[in-house]
Ligand binder design. Structure first.
Ligand SMILES: *Cc1c(COP(=O)(O)O)cnc(C)c1O
Length: 387
C-alpha cells in the first residue's frame, strides 16, 4: 500500500473526486534532482505544463529552479509564482505574435526557436521592440526515445524543432537576423524515457551538431538537453524517486562540454508525477458476462492519460487496504466514451459502492488536462500540509 494508515484515514474524509498532493514527496524529489544535477553543473527548468498548481510552483521557486514554458499563459503563471524571468525558457512549435512579444518584453532567458519561419518572425518582432532577443535553436536530432509513439518528439516525422539537415539554411540566414542573438541549442526527444541509452544517443548527436557548428564559427554558450526522464508507474511505492543520478551521469559522461558552456535541463514529469494521486469513489459495481466493472466518480475528464496514451496507473482500494486483492475489475469513469477507464483487469480486494479508490502517480499531466466534459465539473484539490 502506497499510503500510511494515518494518511488513509484523512483521505477517506475528503469529498471526492480530488487530487491530493504530498508536498513532502515533492520537496524530497526536488532536493534529489537538484543534488544530482549539481554534479554536472546543470540548471533545472521545471516544465510547467506537467503541473502548474500555484502551491507547488511556490515551493519550487524557493529552490531557485527555473521554468520551461510552452505558452505565454505559462510564462505569466511562472512569473506570478516568483520564478525569475532570467530563469524562464520558452519553447513550443506554435508561438503567436502576441506570445513572442510578451516573452521578449518580459526579458526571459531564452526563446527556443522551432522553425526557420519562426526565426524570421521573432527577428521581426524583436526589431519592432527595438531590442535583440536571446534565442536557442531547437533541433530535432532524430533520436528515438523508445517511449510511447504519442510522446515521442525527436524523430524526423515529429512536428517539433528544426530538422538537423536544415541547419545550413539556418546558418545562412542568421547573419541577416540583426535582432536575434543565438546563445545555444535546445533538444527534447520525448517523455517517460526509461532507457538511458536514448539520452546517450542524444549526447552523441549533440556532440556531432555542435562540432559542425563550431567549424562554422558559431559559439554556443548554452546547451539545453530538454526533459523526458521517466518515472515508475508500475511500482511507485518501491521507486518513489526517479533515478536522477543515472540520468545526469549520462550527460556528464557522454556530452562533450566546452569549459565555458552551461547545461540546462527541463524536467517535468519526473519532478511531480509521484507526489500526486487522484482519489475517486465507487458509484456502482456491475457485471457483464465474466467482467466486473467498477464505475467511479472521476474519469478521463480529470485524468486523461489512460484514454490519451493508453497510460498505465497503479490503482489501490484505500478503503480495503488490509484485505487481500483477489478480484479483477475494470475501473471506469462516468463519461460517455469507451476509452474512459483508469485500468483494465486491475487486481483489487472485493470492492463495493462507496469505497475510495486511489489512482497513483497522477501528479504529472493529470490535473492540467482536466476538463469540464459532460459538465461534470473539476476535481477538488488538497495538499498534505493543509489537511
Ligand atoms: C514537455 C516538455 C518537457 C518536459 O518533459 P517531461 O517528460 O515531463 O520531463 C521539457 N521540454 C519541452 C520542450 C517539453 O515540451
Amino acid at each position: 500500500m502506497f499510503f500510511s494508515h494515518a494518511i488513509i484515514e484523512k483521505l477517506k474524509k475528503l469529498p471526492t473526486p480530488y487530487y491530493y498532493y504530498d508536498t513532502d514527496i515533492f520537496e524530497l524529489t526536488l532536493q534529489r534532482a537538484i543534488k544530482a544535477s549539481e554534479k554536472v553543473g546543470g540548471k533545472i527548468h521545471y516544465a510547467l505544463k506537467a503541473n502548474c498548481q500555484d502551491k507547488l510552483l511556490q515551493i519550487l521557486s524557493t529552490y531557485h529552479i527555473g521554468s520551461d514554458c510552452v505558452s505565454s499563459g505559462e510564462i505569466k503563471k511562472a512569473l506570478q509564482n516568483n520564478i525569475l524571468p532570467e530563469n524562464i525558457v520558452f519553447a513550443g512549435v506554435g508561438k503567436t505574435d502576441e506570445e513572442i512579444t510578451y516573452a521578449i518584453s518580459q526579458k526571459i532567458f531564452c526563446l527556443n526557436i522551432e522553425s526557420i519561419q519562426e526565426m524570421e518572425v521573432v527577428n521581426e518582432i524583436a526589431g519592432k521592440l527595438n531590442t535583440v532577443a536571446d534565442v536557442a535553436l531547437r533541433i530535432n536530432p532524430n533520436v528515438d526515445a523508445y517511449t510511447h509513439k504519442f510522446i515521442t518528439t525527436g524523430l524526423t516525422e515529429n512536428k517539433f524543432g528544426i530538422n538537423a539537415s536544415d541547419l545550413t539554411i539556418v546558418l545562412e540566414k542568421l547573419p541577416q537576423m540583426a535582432h536575434l542573438k543565438l546563445i545555444g541549442l535546445h533538444f527534447h526527444i520525448g517523455s517517460q524515457i526509461m532507457d538511458m541509452s536514448s539520452f546517450k544517443n542524444l549526447c552523441l548527436k549533440v556532440n556531432e551538431i555542435q562540432r559542425w557548428m563550431e567549424e562554422r564559427g558559431i559559439v554556443l554558450k548554452h546547451l539545453n538537453m530538454g526533459g523526458g526522464l521517466g518515472v515508475d508507474y508500475v511500482h511507485p511505492d518501491k521507486n518513489l524517486f526517479p533515478d536522477f543520478e543515472s540520468y545526469f551521469a549520462v550527460f556528464e559522461k557522454f556530452l562533450e562540454r566546452r569549459p565555458y558552456q552551461l547545461l540546462h535541463f527541463e524536467l517535468g514529469r519526473s519532478l511531480v508525477a509521484q507526489c500526486g494521486v487522484l482519489v475517486t469513489k465507487v458509484l456502482f459495481h456491475k457485471t457483464s458476462g465474466s467482467k466486473h466493472f467498477l464505475i467511479v466518480d472521476s474519469g478521463m475528464n480529470h485524468l486523461l492519460r489512460p484514454a490519451l496514451y493508453e497510460a498505465y496507473h497503479k490503482i489501490e482500494n484505500i478503503s480495503k487496504y488490509l484485505e487481500t486483492p483477489d478480484e479483477l475489475y475494470d475501473v471506469c469513469g462516468p463519461i460517455c466514451e469507451t476509452t474512459d477507464y483508469f485500468g483494465k483487469n486491475v487486481l483489487l480486494p472485493h470492492t463495493e459502492r462507496g469505497d475510495f479508490i486511489a489512482i497513483l502517480s497522477a501528479g504529472a499531466y493529470g490535473e492540467v488536462m482536466a476538463s469540464n466534459y459532460n459538465l461534470r465539473g473539476f476535481p477538488n484539490i488538497y495538499f498534505s500540509n493543509e489537511i
